[in-house]
Design a protein around this ligand. Structure first.
Ligand code: G6P
Length: 595
């Protein structure tokens, strides 16, 4: 989490860096700051809140080198004091840091007498650099990096070297962009992709030395490392609301295109093929265990995958929360397929799960939306979702594109292993291809009516479902709580009477997803149980049912792609009626690069 931007060149570094930080805001936006130098003096400016708050404060500053940071607080509140850059006691070093320094307390206790001015873990890096400075900048940074435990992407300025930026990283992404006139540093490839002629990705424990016209990389012992460029195939930087009030609404509306584009790349002439999959048919048919691993909404997409895989492939399949995966001490082998799902391709826990899966010899395939992401680079095979750039923190179109890939992947494996007949496969593929049109149909006629007001009037919201509908309940509940801050939960409908039903009263709203053809009767019993205790009920059914919200018919497995659309709209309008910051909900960030 957090965003880093650095620049050396002839333009005013202040403008380039603040603009860059605004582009990186999706990584965190609770406070921001810059450190810039005009060659003789370093100026540090900070603000509590979004990076745009820096413009006014920096109006009269001119500089040709600098670093900036937009923060998502981990250690210490989101105050100006705790905002980066942090400066060493005597002002020699200014640093920006993404990640967490796990041994900061121990390092701090070794800096007796040094005056700290923030509550952050990061400040210790600046103080340590000053304390250990030998006059050799590269050597000093290398020595300090060796002492740091945890994760870090660092941008460093030293007053003795007014025309140099130093960077270093471990387990947190960092990129350098080199053009003939200037050099950039950024924590995200998107911030340098359109500006630079050549882009380089720093690897763990590498130290980068940047000047206006050079970029050199060393290991922590000072030995030179030759780097090759990152090849960028395409980069979608579109960050325009296109007339919509919020990115989230625009992205909800873009879902038919996102799903269509994703499916067009992997389905043709009634067949499914993945360019990114390198295993042969025998290897695929040997798969006897599947784990879908992800965080947040991507985990909910994985939940759908697990239900679909058990049903169609007929092997044990499980969705795992990435942050828990390592602590399950999972049993994996070469016949286990680990499916890593991540919009950003950078989520720290998901990446750690991928690395563990590879270490244990599992087959790994990642489903990502960002082509040059770390997860894409490290997986055995990659399948792209073609959702385009997603700006709103709460995912919508990337989630829908993930579902599309997951369905196709499950069908592909089932077919390769002859677990389903050709006819059955064809029936599924034909229906899969219809999803974009059906999503479009829902968006055209979608009417969420007074449901947002009912949510706001009550004191408890619960989403229930069974089977595939249950997976949607989980995602619907997450959408509502993350953008409207309304406490709500999702329940497998059969579980209601094992606890949650004690919360139900005449002030409760139960939103029941009742599309699954085989489970309709059972979920209706659960709906009646809630209604009998006074709850207001909203039901979602297929077009032939008598639900409050009706969606087009499809095969049970595909209902999650359709049911979620009205749920996203309900969340959106509830948050809007409440006056919430829809695209940037409080305390959240789009890319979660700390564990
Ligand atoms: C954050 C985002 C969610 C996303 C999750 C996983 O929490 O707000 O929208 O589902 O991270 O992110 P990933 O990039 O790995 O899909």
């Amino acid at each position: 989490m957090c965003g880093i931007m650095g620049y050396i060149g002839d333009e005013n570094a202040v403008n380039v860096i603040i603009k860059g930080l605004e582009d990186l805001e999706y990584r965190g936006y609770d406070s921001a700051g810059i450190a810039v130098s005009n060659g003789s003096e370093t100026t540090v400016v900070k603000t509590a809140g979004s990076p745009s708050g820096l413009w006014d404060k920096c109006k009269s500053i001119k500089a040709n080198i600098g670093i900036g940071h937009t923060r998502w607080a981990t250690h210490g509140a989101a105050t100006e004091q705790n905002a980066h850059p942090h400066t060493s006691e005597h002002g020699m070093f200014s640093i920006v840091h993404n990640g967490i320094i796990e041994n900061y307390a121990e390092l701090k206790s070794g800096l007796d007498g040094v005056r700290f001015t923030s509550e952050t873990d990061s400040e210790v890096i600046a103080q340590l650099l000053e304390k250990e400075y030998t006059g050799d900048l590269k050597g000093t940074v290398g020595g300090v990096v060796k002492k740091l435990k945890g994760s870090f992407a660092l941008g460093i300025m030293c007053s003795d070297y007014p025309d140099v930026l130093v960077c270093a990283k471990k387990s947190s992404p960092l990129f350098v962009g080199v053009s003939p006139e200037c050099t950039y540093l950024a924590s995200d490839i998107s911030a340098v992709a359109d500006k630079s002629m050549r882009i380089f990705r720093l690897n763990d424990n590498e130290i980068g030395m940047l000047t206006k016209d050079s970029f050199k990389v060393y290991d922590t012992d000072g030995c030179r490392i030759r780097k090759s460029e990152v090849k960028i195939k395409s980069f979608d930087k579109s960050a325009d609301k296109g007339g919509y009030e919020h990115f989230m609404l625009k992205e909800i509306m873009e879902q038919p295109t996102a799903v269509r584009r994703t499916l067009d790349e992997i389905t043709a002439d009634g067949k499914i093929s993945f360019k990114g999959i390198k295993w042969n048919r025998d290897e695929i048919s040997e798969i006897n265990n599947i784990r879908f691993i992800a965080c947040g909404s991507a985990y909910h997409a994985g939940l759908v995958g697990a239900y679909a895989a058990e049903r169609l492939i007929g092997c044990p399949a499980e969705a795992c929360i990435a942050s828990e995966f390592r602590y399950m001490y999972p049993h994996l082998d070469s016949n286990t397929l680990v499916v890593i799902i991540s919009q950003s391709g950078e989520t720290a826990d998901t990446l750690a799960a991928l690395r563990l899966a590879k270490k244990k010899g599992a087959k790994t395939v990642s489903i990502v939306n960002v082509e040059n992401s770390t997860i894409a680079a490290e997986s055995d095979c990659v399948i792209m979702t073609r959702a385009g750039k997603e700006v709103a923190v709460a995912t919508t179109k990337a989630y829908s594109a993930q579902l599309a890939v997951i369905y196709a992947l499950v069908l592909y494996i089932a077919m390769a292993g002859e677990k389903i007949s050709k006819n059955e496969f064809q029936r599924y593929v034909n229906e899969l291809k219809k999803l974009p049109d059906k999503i479009e149909q829902i968006l055209i006629s979608a009417e969420v009516g007074r449901i947002p007001d009912k949510i706001l009037a009550g004191d408890y919201v619960c989403f229930i479902g069974r089977g595939f509908d249950y997976c949607t309940a989980e995602e619907a509940s997450l959408k509502l709580k993350e953008i409207s801050y309304i406490p709500c939960e999702a329940y497998a409908a059969g579980e209601l009477k094992h606890g949650t039903i004690s919360l139900i009263s005449d002030k409760s709203l139960v939103i029941a997803l009742c599309c699954s053809s085989e489970l309709k009767d059972k979920i209706m019993s659960n709906v009646n149980e809630a209604a009998a205790r006074g709850a207001k009920i909203i039901t979602v059914t297929d077009i032939d049912g008598d639900g409050d919200i009706k969606i087009p018919n499809t095969l049970d497995m595909f209902f999650p792609s359709l049911e979620i659309i009205p749920m996203q709209l309900i969340a959106y309008y509830t948050a809007k009626n409440k006056g919430c910051a829809i695209d940037k909900p409080k305390n959240l960030a789009k890319s979660v690069t700390v564990e």
